[in-house]
Every structure is written in structure tokens, then in C-alpha cells.
Design a protein around this ligand. Structure first.
Ligand SMILES: [Zn+2]
Length: 458
């Protein structure tokens, strides 16, 4: 089985994901998507939009600003409560999240009573038994501090309290603050949804596990506005749809787990929350998405803080209501990491170990690659260029050109980036317009007419 290290190494080697600011030694918790990673991510986003947004007449996609009026974050509770419990090792000064340390030492689940607000006073006692994972000293931790995870900045030239702003820690609020605009511009029937794909930022105390816990990340999410009476029915519908989505990403059912978040651990306004977890290499099961029933908490809150009426007026003339909300959330980077890890495969071809990405064709960053058998034969190159141009026109998605090194090496390179088919132009092509099409998973090569390629590579 592949380890996270294998995934990170392939991602870098083949241009999927690089360390952020790498030539300066990096910046913890940031990663840059390379050309193939960008394509794969784009494919996931496009599929998501097709799946949840484009096909529906009741979905409105927006793209709201990352910087928002700081009053938004006061209304949402993020200024006061969006924090993690931070401790520092008194010996080596490494900073840790107390809940992560307790959990890693299997203390949290047993010892913490969910009735107590986290972190509870008991935590100090529990931490005395724990070793610093950096220097190994036992129990030498500073007093626990609540550390706000929002990145703070200033808007305009003056740095004072009035100008303070935050990089958004979630995308949801941009949808709540535009709810009224959507009502006024589009007069949607209830239920309807507002969808958004975009970046969010959290100043994680200890970013780790590659793309899993990072400081800058992307979310695909929608807020689905409903009358209160149908929340259970809609919750169930989205729960099923989320499972179908993971299936659409080719993630096996056995690697997806649903965790019902217990009442005492949920946000106080949520009546039901499910976490979706994926079985990541090295990491085990961890979150890739969530489904929350947020009641009318958000709109009511914004109505109170902004003084604007957030009620929905039903078209049949019945009494105005504040809609309730169901929120399906997908961590894009985590979905990406799940897809990449799941596709990572190893086998043996002609007595040699082969690494390949078994990506489904609709997600593969490159749909097909075209090679001239030899790059120093102008007539082969010319014919191959012709085929390349033709496929580029006919196939939706990237068709790559490769004439570097011998054919075996080119196959291996394409295997490693998950290209489903390689098309080779050889001397026989010049005589009868046939090419070989090689299948990534079976490594089998079939000879066919040029015009037949499109039936195989879609
Ligand atoms: Zn230490």
C-alpha cells in the first residue's frame, strides 16, 4: 500500500503539487499546484459544478470577495470563538494543538466528557502525562491559550482597530450575505441553493499531512435554503448525493466513512451534522466533507446584526419566513488528495516495478498522449503532429505531445500522470493510416485506424 510519502514524491516529480515558495525554503501550510495538479483540480471542480450546480434550476453560483466587512465575522461568531487550544513546550518552544496531542495519545476520547466546553479544565491535568513530540520532554507545557485562527490584516493605509479585516476562514458567509441579493435579482422559489467554490484561510497552529491540514485551501460548498418542515427529507437527499459524488470521484465505498457528529460536539445551532471521512494513506480516516443542518441560525443572526430583513416572502401570499439551511461542504484539496491517493497504483510490467495513476478518464489531467516512434524521422513527426492536432480538436481536455526518450520511457511517464491512452505513430502509419493505441491499465496495444481513436479515447 502506498504511503503519503509516495504520493508527495510523485506529486512533486510529475508536476502535480509543489511546496509553496520552495526556492526560499517554503512556507509552512502552503502548497502550489503545478500544471497537472491544476488540471486535475480543475476537472474535479468542473465535475462538481456539473453534479451539483449546472444541472439544477434552483442553484445560483456566486464568487464572493475573500475580504469581507469585519462585522460579518462578529455576527458569525468567528471573532470570539474561532480558535484552537494552543500550548507551547517549555523546553523546546514547539507549539502544539492541545486537542491533537491528547487525541494522538488516545487520551481525549476516553477522558473528555463532551458536556464540558472544550478545552475543559481537566486538560491541564491530562497534558502532564504527555511527551512533547518534538523534544520528548514529558508534561512541560505552557498554560493553554485560545488562539484565533483567522488571518488578520488591515484595509487601507492606516493600521488601527477600525481598519482591521480578516481573510475569510470559510466561504459560507459570502453566500449568507448575498442571500438577499439573490432573492431580489432572481425571485427564486424555496427551496433554492447558493453555491460557491473558493479559497479560505486558517492560521493552523501546526499544518501537516501534505494537502490535508494547510493554511490556505479551497472549498466547494453550497447553502441550500428550505422551509423548516422539509429539513429531514432534504438532509437525507444531500447525504445520498454526497455519497454518489464520492463514487463519481471513483473513491471506493469501503474507503468512505460517515460519522454522525454527536449532539454535544456539534455547533450549538446545528441540529444534525455528518462528517464524511476518507481512508488516506498513512493518515487513516479523516474528513473530506461535511453535511450540516444549520437551522435558521445564520440568516437570523445576520438579520439581527445588519438590521436587514432576511425573510422570504412565499409567492402564494402566505406569511414571510426565515428559511432554514442545509450546508454540504467539500474540501477541494482533500477531495484532490483522496483522488490522487486512491489512483496511486503499483504493479510489475516486463519484470520492472511500475507506478501509475489509475484515474478515471473524466478526471485524468491528460486524456491522451501522442508520440512519433522516432523523433529524428521528419515524416513520422509530421504525421504524428497531424494526429495530435486532430485529437486536440476532437477530444475535450488535454492531449499531450511527447517525443522525448524511447517509447518505453514515454509510456512510464504517461502512466505516472494517469494518461489513459497513448497513441504511437510508426512506419506502418505512413502506409495504411493505422496507429497503436496503448491502454494504461492493461498496457495492451491495439492497432487501429486513425479515425477509430476517437471511439476509444473520449
Ligand atoms: Zn519540546
Amino acid at each position: 500500500m502506498a504511503s503519503m510519502e509516495d504520493i508527495v514524491s510523485l506529486a512533486k516529480r510529475r508536476g502535480f503539487v509543489y511546496q509553496g515558495s520552495e526556492i526560499y525554503g517554503g512556507l509552512a501550510g502552503t502548497w502550489d499546484y503545478g500544471p497537472l495538479g491544476t488540471l486535475l483540480k480543475r476537472n474535479i471542480v468542473n465535475e462538481w459544478l456539473k453534479y451539483f450546480v449546472d444541472g439544477w434550476s434552483d442553484m445560483y453560483q456566486i464568487d464572493s470577495a475573500i475580504l469581507m466587512n469585519p462585522k460579518v465575522w462578529q455576527a458569525s461568531g468567528h471573532v470570539d470563538t474561532f480558535s484552537d487550544p494552543l500550548i507551547e513546550c517549555t523546553n523546546c518552544h514547539a507549539r502544539h494543538r492541545a486537542d491533537h496531542l491528547l487525541r494522538a495519545n488516545h487520551i481525549l476520547e476516553d477522558a473528555i466528557n463532551y458536556d464540558e466546553p472544550a478545552p475543559s479544565p481537566k486538560w491541564a491535568e491530562l497534558l502532564k502525562k504527555i511527551k512533547c513530540p518534538v523534544c520528548g520532554k514529558t508534561g512541560g507545557f505552557s498554560k493553554l491559550k485560545q488562539f484565533n485562527l483567522m488571518f488578520k490584516t488591515n484595509v487601507g493605509p492606516v493600521e488601527d482597530k477600525e481598519s482591521a479585516a480578516y481573510l475569510r476562514p470559510e466561504t459560507a458567509q459570502g453566500m449568507f450575505t448575498n442571500y438577499k441579493n439573490i432573492l431580489d435579482s432572481f425571485y427564486p422559489d424555496l427551496p433554492f441553493g447558493i453555491a460557491q467554490v473558493g479559497k479560505a484561510f486558517r492560521n493552523e497552529i501546526s499544518p501537516r499531512d501534505f494537502l490535508f491540514r494547510v493554511r490556505e485551501f479551497e472549498i466547494m460548498e453550497f447553502e441550500y435554503f428550505i422551509p423548516e418542515s422539509i429539513w429531514e427529507e432534504k438532509f437525507e437527499k444531500w447525504r445520498k448525493d454526497m455519497h454518489s459524488w464520492f463514487k463519481h470521484l471513483d473513491l471506493p465505498e469501503a474507503k468512505i466513512k460517515e460519522i454522525e457528529v454527536p449532539e454535544d460536539d456539534r455547533a450549538h445551532y446545528s441540529k444534525r451534522t455528518i462528517d464524511f471521512q476518507y481512508d488516506f494513506p498513512s493518515l487513516g480516516f479523516d474528513e473530506i466533507g461535511g453535511l450540516a443542518y444549520r437551522t435558521d441560525f445564520d440568516l437570523k443572526n445576520h438579520q439581527e446584526h445588519s438590521g436587514k430583513d432576511m425573510s422570504y416572502r412565499p409567492k402564494d401570499g402566505s406569511a414571510p419566513v426565515i428559511p432554514h439551511v442545509i450546508e454540504p461542504t467539500f474540501g477541494l484539496d482533500r477531495n484532490f488528495l483522496a483522488v490522487l491517493s486512491n489512483a496511486y497504483s503499483e504493479d510489475e510490467v516486463e519484470g520492472e516495478k511500475r507506478v501509475y495513476l489509475k484515474l478515471p478518464a473524466h478526471l485524468a489531467p491528460v486524456k491522451a498522449a501522442v508520440f512519433p516512434l522516432l523523433k529524428n524521422k521528419p515524416e513520422l513527426v509530421a504525421k504524428a503532429k497531424e494526429v495530435h492536432k486532430l485529437l486536440r480538436k476532437q477530444i475535450q481536455g488535454e492531449v499531450m505531445w511527447d517525443d522525448n526518450g524511447n517509447i518505453g520511457k514515454r509510456y512510464r511517464r504517461q502512466d505516472e500522470i494517469g494518461t489513459p491512452y497513448c497513441v504511437t505513430i510508426d512506419f506502418q502509419t505512413l502506409e495504411d493510416d493505422t496507429v497503436t493505441v496503448r491502454n494504461r491499465d492493461t498496457t495492451q496495444q491495439d492497432r487501429m485506424k486513425i479515425e477509430e481513436i476517437i471511439g476509444v479515447v473520449k
